[in-house]
Unconditional design. Structure first.
Ligand SMILES: [Zn+2]
Ligand SMILES: [Zn+2]
Length: 256
């Protein structure tokens, strides 16, 4: 008799989510018009860049103000991969790590919110389904990209399926992926909890967003720091509120 292991269940859950994402991007145009599909793909891409930068700033604020035991699982993975010599943690625990982007508490809340906003603003069930699929796709791309950056060139063929590698190389050759920027982001790994100034926060192309994130971190968030207080993370939570409002407004524009 077969005895499924817990990791089988999480791999199956992850496979379902990533397949839904792929279906949304590759076949969404079969359900809705190709113009609306193209618009949704572009829209979801930029929403994801904003989401990623805000999560990244929040994680780094937590590294400064909170203790490791208080981090969410996603923040714990992010913190460990910032420790010198520990950057393989993401690919070594790939399923557990990628699942934090979909099933951990904060991620689940975000996806539920996104789905509710999509149901409220978009006109029909097909459009909601395609939008949500595309949303999951970009979440998955961002998750895998973090692993990809830290896997040795020679190891990449072993670590990733050929389809995934092809997609990632395509992103790299289009200039959508900022490999050098990510390397720069790791320049301060030795002092990650000691409020270093950071030169780059984004991993993918998005005009002006990295400058905005660097300004917020170096000129605003670092200046809020008071020992024993959590003013940096509170400011990031205010940023999440703005993000939620922006999501609703932008989705309303999508319906016009
Ligand atoms: Zn980081
Ligand atoms: Zn990294």
């Amino acid at each position: 008799m077969l005895h499924p292991r817990p990791e089988d269940a999480s791999q199956l859950a992850y496979a379902l989510v990533s397949t839904t994402g792929l279906m949304g991007v590759l076949f969404g145009w079969l359900l809705i018009s190709w113009r609306v599909h193209a618009l949704i793909v572009v829209w979801a891409y930029f929403q994801h860049q904003l989401f990623f930068v805000l999560s990244h700033l929040t994680f780094h604020a937590m590294f400064v103000e909170h203790e490791f035991k208080d981090y969410s699982l996603g923040a714990q993975f992010a913190f460990i991969h910032h420790q010198p010599g520990q950057q393989n943690v993401l690919s070594e625990h790939w399923c557990e790590y990628r699942s934090t982007w979909f099933f951990a508490g904060p991620a689940l809340r975000l996806h539920t919110f996104t789905l509710l906003v999509a149901c409220y603003t978009l006109s029909n069930a097909q459009t909601v389904a395609v939008y949500f699929g595309v949303w999951l796709f970009f979440m998955n791309v961002q998750a895998i990209l973090q692993e990809y950056f830290h896997v040795d060139l020679k190891e990449r063929n072993k670590r990733f399926m050929s389809g995934t590698l092809l997609g990632l190389r395509l992103l790299e050759s289009c200039g959508l992926v900022n490999f050098e920027g990510h390397k720069k982001h790791h320049h301060h790994d030795n002092e990650i909890s000691a409020r270093p100034e950071i030169e780059t926060f984004t991993d993918m192309w998005c005009p002006g967003l990295n400058q905005l994130a660097v300004y917020c971190w170096n000129r605003k968030l670092l200046k809020l720091h008071q020992p024993g207080q959590r003013r940096m993370t509170t400011a990031c939570h205010a940023g999440w509120l703005c993000f939620a409002v922006l999501m609703v407004l932008s989705m309303l524009c999508l319906t016009v």
